[in-house]
Ligand binder design. Structure first.
Ligand SMILES: Nc1nc2c(ncn2[C@@H]2O[C@H](COP(=O)(O)OP(=O)(O)OP(=O)(O)O)[C@@H](O)[C@H]2O)c(=O)[nH]1
Ligand SMILES: [Mg+2]
Length: 349
């Protein structure tokens, strides 16, 4: 899973990146880091199965270059899409701290969000228009080119008004076609209201929050600078320091979990004498798809999945006890995997 951080200059993207990855951003261009997102359940499973090795799920974060107002010429648009196009979701970082923004204008997070939404729509617009113009040159007599042109025109109208393509009523076929262009407004976005240490409730972020809600975008409030500082402390000092500020769940976890909810990611597990392994999967994925996450052989030769829930394992203390309580389930290919399922895949080679 890959999450891109976007925002206007100085909004706190690199500070968020440092918070999420524990790493200083290298330079002025984009930077990528893969981080473990530990799930505490993996440790319990490892303890119960006595697995010597533990594998936690990973997420990739990309600190993207700043979005400048009026950037969206086709060239700029393509360069943003080139670095950001394969992200599964975006976090839109908004400056809600300080008095002035990076260009010296008075702080106005709602206006910044408006700008960002518009620039991202215009980025997509440049791509969609580019494609339609190329089609026009080669002629639209071919029925498929005609169909494409119609879809693209429909998108252009919506994007020109600053709309996001994810809100557009499209058929599955149209969606599939558009996915090929890695359009930014097709992907889920989370608005991160980056507030000041002295405004952790986000009074200055109210306008931006309301705008996010109007646009159907989820949001979270946190102070990247403070949270990044907390992450630098020795683990045993973090809780007390955070409590001084009334912070309960660490900002890093809050941000990652919000992104997981946004992406509708669930975690399933495999456990055994070699390793306890946490795997991420899209909500709604089936047992055979989960098997494919583990290994293609398991997907190809899938026979059935034996499933126990983490909660049962935790309560009953061992796989043996779960079986004795009749709580081990045997499921077929189309079983929809649930968050916290521990799977054992039976397969033929
Ligand atoms: N007070 C306060 N300052 C912050 C916060 N987050 C970032 N800053 C400061 O704002 C400045 C810009 O932060 P960066 O994280 O570099 O912002 P950026 O979006 O990466 O900036 P560019 O890459 O230049 O576009 C730095 O001086 C940070 O220390 C915050 O939550 N509170
Ligand atoms: Mg930066």
């Amino acid at each position: 899973m890959k999450i891109g951080l976007v925002g206007l200059p100085g909004s706190g993207k690199s500070t968020c990146f440092r918070l999420l990855t524990g790493r200083q951003h290298g330079g002025s261009t984009s930077d990528v880091a893969v981080v473990e997102v530990p799930d505490p359940r993996t440790l319990r499973i490892a303890a119960i199965y006595q697995s010597p090795k533990i594998v936690q799920p990973e997420t990739t974060f990309v600190d993207l270059m700043a979005v400048h107002q009026g950037d969206s010429s086709e060239g700029e648009a393509l360069s943003l899409v080139k670095v950001a196009g394969d992200a599964d979701a975006f976090v839109l970082v908004l400056q809600c701290f300080g008095e002035l923004d990076a260009s010296g204008n008075p702080l106005d997070p709602a206006a910044d969000l408006e700008t960002l939404l518009l620039e991202m729509a215009l980025t997509d617009l440049a791509i969609v228009e580019g494609r339609r113009q190329r089609l026009a040159k080669t002629g639209t007599r071919d029925p498929h080119a005609h169909w494409e042109t119609e879809v693209l025109e429909h998108c252009e109208t919506h994007l020109s008004a600053g709309g996001a393509l994810r809100d557009l009523d499209l058929s599955e076929e149209q969606r599939k076609y558009l996915r090929g262009f890695s359009l930014l407004t097709m992907k889920p976005w989370l608005v991160a209201l980056n507030v000041a240490e002295e405004d952790l409730v986000g009074e200055r972020a109210v306008g931006a929050r309301q705008l996010a809600e109007q646009r159907g975008l989820p949001w979270i409030i946190f102070c990247a600078a403070l949270e990044a500082e907390i992450e630098q402390l020795p683990p045993e000092e973090r809780a007390a320091f955070a409590a001084d500020y009334g912070l309960v769940e660490p900002g890093r976890e809050r941000l990652i979990h919000a992104a997981y909810r946004l992406l509708e990611v669930i975690t399933f597990f495999t456990g055994g004498p070699t390793e306890a392994h946490a795997w991420t999967l899209s909500a709604g994925a089936t047992a055979v798809e989960a098997a494919g996450r583990i290994h293609t052989d398991l997907e190809k030769g899938f026979i059935r999945a034996e499933v126990i829930s983490f909660q049962d394992l935790e309560e009953m203390g061992s796989e043996k006890s779960v079986k004795e309580h009749g709580r081990l389930r045997v499921e077929g290919r189309t079983y929809v995997v649930k968050d916290g399922d521990i799977l054992f895949i039976r397969f033929s080679r």
